[in-house]
Structures are given as C-alpha cells and as structure tokens.
Design a protein around this ligand. Structure first.
Ligand SMILES: NC(=O)c1ccc[n+]([C@@H]2O[C@H](COP(=O)([O-])OP(=O)(O)OC[C@H]3O[C@@H](n4cnc5c(N)ncnc54)[C@H](O)[C@@H]3O)[C@@H](O)[C@H]2O)c1
Length: 380
C-alpha cells in the first residue's frame, strides 16, 4: 500500500481531533466522510477536503476507494459498525471504549483476525508525549523497579472554545441506558489503559468504592489494584469539583500520574488539562537530582495526531496490528467493569473473570433534578 485512503464514519465532537493526524500525514488522504446527519457530513467533508460524502454506512463500505474506516460513532454502535467494516474487507480504527461489553469486544477481535484486517482502538493516552516519555523512563530502569502507580483525575468547569463548541447531542447517549456506565466508562478507560500499558503487566485484582455524583459522574471514586508482579500496586482517584475552574484548552478535566520506583519517581503533571505550573514530566533520580522535561510537547491533541499517524504507518508497513490492539482494549474494559463490580459487591474482583458488562446500581441516572443536584453536590 502506497497511500492510505480513509473514510471517516461519524463527524461528531471528537472526530476533528482524530482526523487531524490523517490530514497531516503525507501518505494519508481523507477520501470520504459519512454521517447520518447530512449537514454535519457535508460540513466536515468541506473542512477536511474530502471529495465524497455519504449518509449511509453501506454506501461508504461499498466504495472501493476506501482502504480503512475511522469509526467515530457513539460507543453502543461500535460493534455493529466495526463488524460491517470488517465484513467489507476494510481496516478499522475504532474510538475507545471498544464496545459496551467484553463479549462484543472479543467478537470484533475474532472477526478482524478471520478477515485479516487491522483492528485498532484509538487511545490518545498511549501516544501522548509526556506519557510516552514516562513509559520510556520506567523501562530504562531510571527509577528502579516500579512499586506504585497513582492516577488522579479531577473534573471541574471550563469555558474553553473546545468545550463551548461541543454539540450537546453528543452527551445524550452517554447519560442513559445506551451506555453501561457513566464517566468511569466513558473517560476513565483512558486511565485504565494507561495503568496497563505503562508496565505491560496484567492486573489481577481490584478493590473500589464508587459514589454517585450529578449527571453521569461517578465521584468520588477510589480504587486500588494488584499487578501480576506482587511488588507493584496501582491506585486511582476520581473527583468532581463543579465549582473549580480548570485550566485547559479542551475539556474541564485534568490528570496527574505518579510512578514511584525503588530508586526514584516520575510524575506526569497533565494530560487533558494544564493545571499546574510544573514541567509536564518530572523525574526524581536515585542520587536526589531531578530532570524537568519542560519542553516536551504536552498538547493533548498531539496524542490524537500521533495515534492516527501510527495507524497509517502500520498499514503502510503491512503490519497486522496497530496500537491500541483489540486485546488491550478488552483488558481495559474488563478493568473498568471490575471497578464497578468491586464497588457494588465491596469485594476484590479479578478483571480477567469479566466477560459481559457491569453497571453501578443507580445506572442509568435520574436526570430530572440535574441542576439542583449539581448545585447541591458535596454540600449535604
Ligand atoms: N479522548 C478520546 O479519545 C475520545 C474523546 C471523546 C469521545 N471519544 C469516543 O468517540 C466516539 C464518539 O464520541 P463523540 O463525543 O464524538 O460522539 P458524538 O455523538 O458527538 O458524535 C457521533 C457522531 O456519529 C454520528 N452517527 C451516529 N450514528 C450514525 C450512523 N449510524 N451512521 C453514521 N453516523 C452516525 C452522529 O450523527 C454524530 O455526528 C465515542 O465512542 C467516544 O467514546 C473518544
């Protein structure tokens, strides 16, 4: 393959961030756009210079000029859209989460393998330069043997151009029973993947407490987990701070990652948000010296761009897989559901035992008192 001709399915809120990397790649071309909202499809095609516009997936898949499809439709449609794309013999890049259930994810992986096409699940974190640097530092042994991975996520308010420009219809399917869970499903999959990917270690047991917060939030949440290597543990906290302004260029959310080792530690001080006046990556070395990676590219968009470019490069090189592999996306889903189950049952859960899906007991949430509950949150 000399060039990769991409068809984009779904031109909603996140599509532009994923398409940006294809537009920059010299051997990629966004040749077609498909959305069942004709005005959205046309506007996106104009913006991305795509010559073909469709409103029906069957027409996009019947187009022999399309080599691969970037699937940016709501998560509950991933299975149907990925299986149809694979059946048409086209390579697939599908947004996270891979599907609403582990069994669906497995079916998608098996179909791709049988058809000999690449199934990649788009995950911006594994291409976000500060996290890539942290993984490199851990693998180099610079902080000794990692013993603890701590991931903090806080969601607050922001008034960025990106946030203000989001189409509210993109939230409807996230807030009801079309999804198996809320924020811990939709957003925390990024952190679950990161927790697995940083160490290339399976997680064998999870304990968690998940509380309900307004809308689709599930906070405060605290989870701890065990890796295969006994001397490595992980912990994750998720908080909701609706009256705290978030410094960000994107969503009103921020992340902080700390990997403590036997000899030192590494911090990644941001991802979506840009909260602290600290270098994006800081390493504390065994001799007490520090390295502050102040010039590393920490634009959250770069993770998306690099991921899309990686997919194109994998196809150009004829590789059979691309990151994130379907297998890793399924492990991510298992970890996500293990957190819900561990909290529901207040007992440790081995994520590898989960084959379907798990929801919190209050799911889907009652949104009738949305504004009132938002105002009251945390004050009672
Ligand atoms: N950081 C990230 O990687 C990230 C961030 C946000 C969303 N996502 C993922 O991207 C996916 C889409 O999220 P979004 O926020 O853009 O959603 P959205 O609802 O804003 O966009 C979905 C688009 O798909 C279109 N669509 C729906 N059904 C269709 C069909 N049958 N045929 C053609 N088009 C159809 C809709 O018209 C809409 O334009 C989700 O899986 C979500 O989890 C990833």
């Amino acid at each position: 393959m000399e060039r990769v001709r991409i068809g984009v399915l779904g031109t909603g809120n996140i599509a532009p961030l994923n398409v940006a990397g294809y537009l920059e790649h010299p051997q990629a071309e966004v040749i077609a756009v498909c959305d069942n909202r004709p005005d959205k499809a046309r506007a996106a095609a104009d913006e991305w210079g795509a010559p073909k516009v469709y409103t029906d997936l069957a027409d996009l898949l019947a187009d022999d000029d399309v080599d691969a499809v970037e699937i940016c439709t709501p998560t509950m449609l991933h299975k149907e859209h990925v299986l149809a794309t694979i059946a048409a013999g086209k390579h697939v890049s599908c947004q996270k989460p891979i599907a609403n259930t582990v069994a669906d994810g497995r079916e998608m992986i098996a179909a791709a393998e049988a058809a000999g096409v690449v199934l990649r699940v788009a995950e911006c974190n594994v291409f976000y330069p500060p996290l890539v640097k942290a993984k490199e530092i851990i693998a180099s042994g610079a902080i000794g043997a990692p013993t603890m991975c701590r991931i903090k996520t806080v969601v607050g308010t922001t008034d960025t151009e990106f946030q203000n420009g989001l189409d509210p219809s993109g939230y409807v399917w996230r807030f009801n029973d079309q999804s198996p869970g809320g924020h811990l499903f939709d957003d925390m999959v990024h952190k679950y993947t990161t927790a697995l990917w940083l160490f290339d270690q399976d997680i064998t047991s999870v304990q968690a407490i998940v509380r309900q917060a307004p809308a689709f939030f599930e906070a405060p949440t605290a989870a701890i987990w065990e890796y295969e290597r006994e001397s490595l543990l992980g912990m994750m906290e998720v908080t909701y701070a609706p009256r705290m302004h978030m410094r960000s260029s994107f969503y009103g959310a921020d992340e902080f990652f700390e990997i403590q080792g036997t000899d030192g530690f590494v911090w990644v001080t941001r991802a979506t948000g840009e909260m602290l006046d600290l270098a994006p990556v800081i390493v504390y070395h065994p001799d007490g010296t520090q390295t502050h990676y102040g010039n590393i590219d920490s634009n959250w968009l770069t993770g998306f761009k690099e991921g899309s470019k990686h997919f194109v490069d994998a196809l150009l090189a004829g590789r059979t897989t691309a990151d994130l592999t379907g297998e890793m996306a399924v492990k991510t889903l298992q970890l996500c559901f293990a957190v819900y189950q561990a909290s529901n049952e207040r007992t440790p859960v081995d994520p590898r035992t989960i084959e379907t899906s798990v929801s919190p007991p209050w799911w889907p949430p009652d949104l009738s008192n949305y504004y009132e509950s938002m105002e009251r949150y945390g004050r009672e």
